[in-house]
Design a protein. Sequence first.
Lengths: 548, 284, 294
Amino acid sequence: MTDHDNADKFAQLAHAFMRGRMGRREFIIKGMQLGLSAAVLTRLTRPSWAAGKLMDSAPEAKYESPVTQERVDFLKTKPYKGTTINVMVLKATVGDGLKYHVPHWEEETGGKINVAEVPIETLHQQIFSDLASGLGKYDAYMTGAWYYGDFFVPKTPYIVEIDKFLGDPKHPYWDPSQFLPAMRRLYEWGGKLYGVLFDADAQTLYYRKDIFDNSDVQAKFKAKYGYDFPNPPKLMKELHDAAEFFTGWDWNGDGTNCYGLALHAKVNEQGFFHFLSLSAPYVISPDNKYYFFNPDKMQPLINSEGHLRALEDYVKLLADGPREEIAWTLGQGWNLFLAGHSAMEPTWGDLPTLAQDPKTSKVQGKIGAAGIPGTTEAFNPISGEWKKYDLNQVGNTNGGSWHCVISRLSKKQEATYDFLAFMANKKNAFFNATNGWTGVQPGMKFEYLPPVGTATLAEFKAQGWNTDDVTEYLKGYYSVVSAPVTEQYLRIPGTAEYWHELDVNVSAVLGGQMKPKDALDATAAAWDKITDRYGRDKQKALYEASFA
Amino acid sequence: MINVLWLRSSLWSRVVVYFLLISAVVFTLLPFLWAAVNSIKTSADTFLPGAVIPFVNFQPTLDSWRGVLEDPQVENAFVSSMVVSLGTTIFGLILGVPAAYALARFRFPIGSNDIALWFLSQRVLPPAVVLVPFYLLLVHLRLIDTWTGLIFCNSTFNLAFAVVIMRDIFRDVSTEIEDAAKVEGARPWQVFWKVSLPLSVDGLVVTSVLIFAFTWNEALFSAALTSQSATTFSALVLASRSTRGVDFNVASVNTLIGVLPPVILYFFVQRYLARGLSFGAVKG
Amino acid sequence: MAAVAVRRREYGAVFKYVLLLPAVIWVIAFTFLPLISVIQYSFANYVLGEGITGYVGFANYENVLTDHRFWHSIMVTAIYVVVTVPVEVVLGFLAAWLVSLGAPGSRGFRTIIGMPLFALEVAIGYLGVTMFSSQGGVVAVVLGLIGIHIPWLSTPAGGISAAIILDIWRWTSFVFLIVLAALGSIPSDLYDAAILDAKNHWQVMWRIGLPLAWPVTTIAILLRIVECLKVFAIPYALTTGGPGASTEVFSATDYLTTIQFFDFGKGSAMGIVFLIMVAVIITVFFRQMRKALD
């Protein structure tokens, strides 16, 4: 029984459970038969207090759906009249997404929200200055998933758990069990939930489906490489061959030579996520889940043989795009694909979203999406051995996954939670996921098309999506986020600093200034220094806890 | 304005002068023109080779302009920038000009050169080094996210301009005139206020322009010490970089509107600049 | 007469302090605590969320002084300053001279050439990406017409060069404004005399204009050097220090260390080392300049 079959079976089980056709106990037992751990299953199926007392809508709560009777009664009292909560968000995209919901919540509850929009450059500094100085001006912060570790450094964490609010039916209804498991991890710490649903990032391989399906192109490929055109590439070797194949001729038909693969690899600009996603299948496998450190003594693993081979391969991809892409910011990399000049791009869901805008995109209706290709041989950095696999494909949750957390210093935690839950309510969450300008990607099952979720093509089409594109996008995204073998996000204090060292050294390799081996060795040395600064034992404990 | 040199120049010299001046103007305006072109492009066209002339090479759009001008935060940021820049200029002059006069006219136990140097050394440290300590200081003073807080911070660092430049200006103001005033019975502060200061108006203008320009441009302190109420326009421009990378079209719009208020102010005061300061070189 | 003189001197003694002290006290008050904090952090191990976890003596300084990346950023900054400041001074002086000739239309020239001083550096840096990009950037297009292709943004040399060009554009007007003010004070009769003596414009400028404006120009040079040493916005917005860390100026390195990673220990030590280095440079420079004048 292959992993793929198991995944399908599990999807069926989940579907049945969500639809109420199967009880919780039965679901857990059957899930364990498929090989899943009881702990995971139990967490997935926490009994939901309102599973049965939900209404589709109510006039008092016209921006929420579904809604409980308790909620309706609560809103009648205009409960937060006279309360003002302060929220700090990123300016643009996800910040705009949050701002959209503000007047609606204010109307329903009588409360007031003050939104401070801050540039991404100083968001981290602003959040932690506000907290560490004790000023505590803000009740909630929009945070990137990689800041989490820093919230848990002090003895009492800077942010509060939301479990106590979840059980209260007077708050807007949202169901954390709908989280795709890998995504839910980013909202939790030590098994407890701290974040309320907003964004859910992962990197997927996007490609030009129209070109890939073209039989002339396929024949040309076969003639050159001797095997059938991989539609889409499932192995790294296939990815490299396809990228090379599409570089240097005009398969687009617009008179200019095109490229095989676009990257946005600028340093200090989230470009390093490319490497994290593309190198995962060289190191992560069913036999090994450790990418960053060896939990034994927190020895960095980043310069293992597997990582090295991954970096050497990654550098080869540069030849399949313009030289300047090593200095491209996200928009510039996306532009190449959206203008139709690149056959593939491994990146976030912003790409297919932006592709729907005819002003900036020439590729609407031509998008294909697939998981990041895998390898036939992966290195286990703990045991120090290579092992062969038929196909080792690895999922990821790489990206910011921006969402709000509640400050421990807040004096209005309940009201703050109410607002956050409001945005996580099915109706609003779905709005976020379908409207590209919010910068939000789907993290909950219901946002996907059947059989996984309950969304319909019509709802997406109403927001301007091409139906073929959205089907591909959701299919590809889901496969990455729900993959049985996933690259675990690094969730310890100082994550930004660890990743920055990797970023700078990988960028130096891309710029031809460093050899891959030296770069990774330098990164490992830098990581050791950082670990010592934070306290090796503490980091070790937190690292282990993050895998629980 | 010197006319005699111009009047006595040959035709060839005049041509050369105009050629050089016009080249300078073109060089100066080129980035602004490029910003204007960029501001009406879509993000896809921003990096399209050959997309230079609107309507001819690409379809222009006012989306970026609309986005910026309809953003309420932009209006607030402009007001903040104006208040903070003007406030810093005034406060900096109030503190710095008298100090400069004192350094120019009197002897101190520590040499006046060294004191001027000490003021200048406040400009040496990159803001990043002292950012968080300043944050904590402002928390103590309850001045986080306020115009006053920003004015105080900026003044501290811009005092150097007032002191260093005005000190030399004052050195040049003729002591004979001052002595004459003293003989007439003027007390020292009257000499300062009624004699020396009016004679150095042009220096004050230069200093004011510089302090204003530097404060207008300052982005890092503003981005770190304010979150909402007092965010200046320069900090807002920093936010062109978001989770989606840099929005170059919005940045282009920001380049153009960001330069307007100070340039307008500059236009009104620039006639003072050419009237002349001699900085100790020419005794009149 | 003597009594008046004594009283005047005593009054003057108090008066001069009344003038000077507010500024001095202000600066000390406002920078004292931060400076002490910085020094304190430089001897400590700081962890975000825990604060100072312990004192480590000179370990941070050792770390900084043996850090290849720190020295590289100093070198990049040094190159930056050594190239931009002289060019800006020369171009700024020339422009000021030409404008102060009073040719018809000079008021317009004066306004326009002074404009870049008010352009926001952050915005100019972002604009620079679109100008120097090999994909449709105006610089790349124009150079391409004569067959030159320079990889501005993907190489360290190209990146620093692009940043330098933008910096020259932005800051020449600073020198221009200051020198313009100085030249405006030169009285006409001096020029009349000069013309009898000199053969052409060049000589007038070289023999009369330059010496008379030199004191001013030295101030402009000094101020430019101090500002340029801590340059941040233009190069960082252009290349964010890349590829790798090859175009990181010192301010960027310190910014990342202190603001992004909250490693106050190392960031503060870096700042102190930098402060000492620059203090030496400007003290030497200042004294030399003053000696030449007095």
